[in-house]
Ligand binder design. Structure first.
Ligand code: RIB
Length: 309
């Protein structure tokens, strides 16, 4: 690592997690099993992934409420050696909360109440321009206001700082004006379907969706395909990197660990194939444990897993 900070700009949530036999459908009540409160939020999960996977220093730019959840989140980030100096605490706001059902097959359904995440403004990004200009890379997701995300992308482009946009959660197409400013986009299958208008059901449709996103102006796309691994496409070509087989316990936060792993490996100078291998192994380990941040593996765990044959 160069000593330049890796910066995550994004959401911080407290996850209310309930284990259920199957995900409830419309109007259905499902009797659940265990209930836990854990630290989550796509931005925070990615910051934790960077820190545990060995990136130093990691700075998290986010907005928390002045409540117990916010204070607990700050303590957790500090335990992971994340620089919290640029996190805003909004008086009178409540911290972001996610209600998560996790089914026995590891799949989940998530509802998020943004709370203070919705109060992270472009002005806050402007105040951090000097810091952003010094970054090795910036990671962004879609759980904070879009104008804030766009401002961050603009500043990164102004200062030639590489950006990864993890477009999660994507509900529909994203303005092509924004997509055209993005170097690297990392949607999962559902997000790639929403963003491209092409339903991703297999490798061939994933490739079509990736090509559509490239046509819309993104320079590089990585579609994460769960147990099938990841597909990396540029205008020149596409590569599929398989994921290692594991027993799935909970997929929550796996995409965040993947993005953190990818960013770590790329900033260490690994080529894209090796970076994807590292990210796939990190994400595979994450799905073997319950919870978003509790399941993020350490560098040593990922290296030991990579060495297994
Ligand atoms: O990506 C997983 C995360 O999505 C959870 O931690 C939850 O907080 C939601 O933001």
């Amino acid at each position: 690592m160069s000593g330049r900070p890796m910066i995550v700009i994004g959401s911080a949530n407290t996850d209310m997690v309930m284990e259920v036999p199957t995900l409830p459908t419309h109007g259905e009540t499902v009797l659940g099993h265990e209930f836990k409160i854990v630290s989550g939020g796509k931005g925070a999960n990615q910051a934790v992934a960077l820190a545990r996977l060995g990136t130093r220093p990691v700075t998290f730019i986010a907005c928390l409420g002045d409540d117990d959840f916010g204070r607990a989140a700050l303590d957790n980030y500090k335990k992971d050696n994340i620089d919290t100096d640029h996190i805003v605490i909004k008086e009178g706001a409540y911290s972001g909360v996610a209600c998560i059902f996790v089914a026995e097959d590891g799949e989940n359904a998530i509802g998020v109440s943004a709370g203070a995440n919705a109060l992270l403004t472009p002005e806050h990004i402007n105040q951090n321009e000097e810091l952003i200009s010094s970054a090795a890379m910036v990671l962004l997701q879609l759980e904070t206001p879009l104008e804030t995300i766009e401002r961050a992308i603009d500043l990164c482009n102004k200062h030639n700082v590489p950006v990864i946009l993890n477009p999660a959660p994507a509900k529909g197409p994203l303005d092509s004006r924004i997509l055209a400013k993005v170097q690297l986009l990392t949607p999962n299958e559902t997000e790639a379907s929403h963003l491209s208008g092409i339903e991703v059901v297999d490798l061939a449709s994933a490739e079509q969706a990736a090509k559509k996103l490239l046509e819309l102006g993104v320079k590089e796309v990585i579609i994460t395909l769960g147990e099938e691994g990841a597909l990396h496409c540029t205008k020149q070509d596409c590569h599929h990197i398989k994921a290692p087989a594991v027993k799935v316990v909970d997929t929550t936060g796996a995409g965040d660990t993947f993005t953190g792993g990818l960013a770590t490996a790329l900033t260490e100078g690994l080529d894209i194939e090796k970076a994807l291998l590292f990210a796939n192994h990190a994400a595979a380990l994450a799905v073997t444990k319950a919870g978003a941040q509790p399941s993020v593996p350490t560098r040593e765990q990922v290296e030991a897993f990579l060495a297994e044959k």
